[in-house]
Ligand binder design. Structure first.
Ligand SMILES: [Zn+2]
Length: 442
């Protein structure tokens, strides 16, 4: 296995990353964006390898590409491999190189999307084309999906695909996509590869306080502004209790062991995740955001003149819910807002959890440890969300697995949506080999 990943495949992974970056697919939100040129680029490379792509658009320019590689075992479930084609905006003045140059300099590919996630789109294309050249067939059908609009609401991308073209994903039970399987240097030479097996849910809330409008000089016992301010303060200062999901429990156990600590009993009533996290050094950052729900007030709006008490006041809160934590979130918000403030979901996305005791997870682990012996694969739950949320509606369990071997000091997470986003050529070579091995074994 593996010899079909030849120099041509490794070169393509790099060239495709660079060329996809040069196609500006900035998603400004609210429907403003175009993925069509990148979709055509991807479709041409698939057709060139004898893979028949379908182009799907909800609106002109917002193009998705879906293709199915037939597997050798017709009875096997299918596997979904998806990556988004859009990127978040980049301000050229802030960058060392132009963000849409795709420049390759000293073994590093630069530009918006180098990490999130044109690199992964490119590696998947390179692997599929290498298989076609060598006559390699995966065991399972593999559905490739290159999506629009992930960086906004997914309305023109995975949301549209799952709503209007579910048949394209017939038989898919697992999905592979962003983001995980990158080298996390945890200190003292310890190398971790966090593989995502879950996502917190999104709960963007709109709060409305009502009161009695009136003159600012009068006595007011129903002031909407003070009611809102009190609710917002309670929400922002609320200490959410620890709630450990299966993915987080597995992560804490693995992390304790690789740090030379005894394996914790995460089911014990007195188990304190925060105490363990304090002993894990840099690796604590992988788990910290996902041991509890969270709620951060982010926007406030009320009033128009200093001597007029407004009749209402509004606020927005960025809430995130753990898998299994939705009911508690709901109940707690009712309590924190109190009787004078209403709240509703402005935008809501489900939390996800994929099993870490499943054969699929074991395959992902093996592929990484094969190419980086001595490193440790650990599961983690993503604090935010991806297209996997939409695909979960079709019963697809999502894993975050976009393999990259990164040198120490390379701050992967800071480059997501960050300035000077870039990826080492070596990392792409490693990722291409790992993806090939994993996708054939899954
Ligand atoms: Zn992304």
């Amino acid at each position: 296995m593996g010899e079909h990943i030849d120099q041509a495949a490794l070169d393509e992974a790099v060239t495709f990353t660079s060329e996809l970056i040069r196609i500006d697919t900035t998603n400004r939100g609210g429907g403003e964006g175009s993925e069509r040129a990148a979709a055509e680029y991807v479709a041409e490379r698939l057709s060139g390898a004898g893979i028949e792509p379908q182009m799907l658009e909800k609106a002109p320019g917002r193009t998705n590409v879906v293709a199915r590689i037939p597997g050798s075992d017709p009875g096997a479930d299918a596997l979904l491999v998806h990556g988004h084609l859009d990127v978040v905006p980049a301000e050229p003045a802030d960058w060392s190189v132009h963000p849409f140059s795709g420049e390759i300099c000293d073994g590093v590919v630069w530009g918006r999307g180098a990490i999130d996630m044109k690199n992964a789109d490119a590696m998947v294309l390179a692997v599929a084309r290498a298989w076609a050249r060598a006559g390699v067939r995966p065991r399972r059908d593999i559905v490739l999906a290159f999506t629009a609009d992930e960086e906004d609401s997914a309305e023109y991308g995975s949301d549209y695909l799952t709503d209007h073209h579910p048949g394209l994903f017939e038989g898919c039970t697992e999905g592979i996509s962003e983001s995980g399987a990158f080298t996390f240097h945890a200190g003292d030479g310890l190398r971790l590869y966090p593989v995502a097996a879950g996502e917190r849910g999104t709960a963007w809330l709109e709060l409305t306080a009502r009161g009695k409008a009136g003159h600012g000089s009068k006595v007011s016992r129903a002031n909407a502004v003070s009611r809102l301010a009190a609710a917002v303060a309670r929400i922002g200062e609320h200490e959410w209790p620890q709630r450990l999901t299966p993915t987080v429990r597995a992560a804490l156990k693995e992390l304790a062991v690789v740090h030379g600590l005894p394996e914790p009993d995460t089911d014990a009533p007195d188990f304190d995740a925060d105490k363990l996290l304090a002993q894990l050094g840099p690796a604590a950052a992988l788990v910290e955001p996902t041991v509890r729900n969270s709620s951060n007030p982010t926007m406030l709006s009320a009033g128009y003149k200093v001597n007029v008490i407004p009749g209402s006041a509004t606020a927005f809160v960025d809430g995130r819910m753990l898998p299994g934590g939705e009911e508690e979130f709901h109940r707690t918000l009712d309590e924190l807002t109190g009787p004078d403030v209403d709240w509703e979901f402005h935008h809501r996305e489900v939390p996800l959890e994929a099993p870490v005791d499943a054969p699929a997870y074991a395959v992902l682990r093996e592929a990484l440890e094969h190419f980086d012996p001595g490193a440790h694969v650990v599961p983690f739950c993503m604090s935010g969300g991806t297209d996997a949320k939409q695909f979960s509606r079709l019963g697809i369990a999502g894993y975050g697995f976009t393999p990259l071997k990164l040198p120490e000091g390379f701050d992967y997470q800071a480059l997501f949506h960050g300035v000077d986003e870039r990826v080492p050529v070596d990392a792409l070579h490693f990722g291409t080999r790992v993806l090939d091995r994993a996708l054939l074994a899954l």
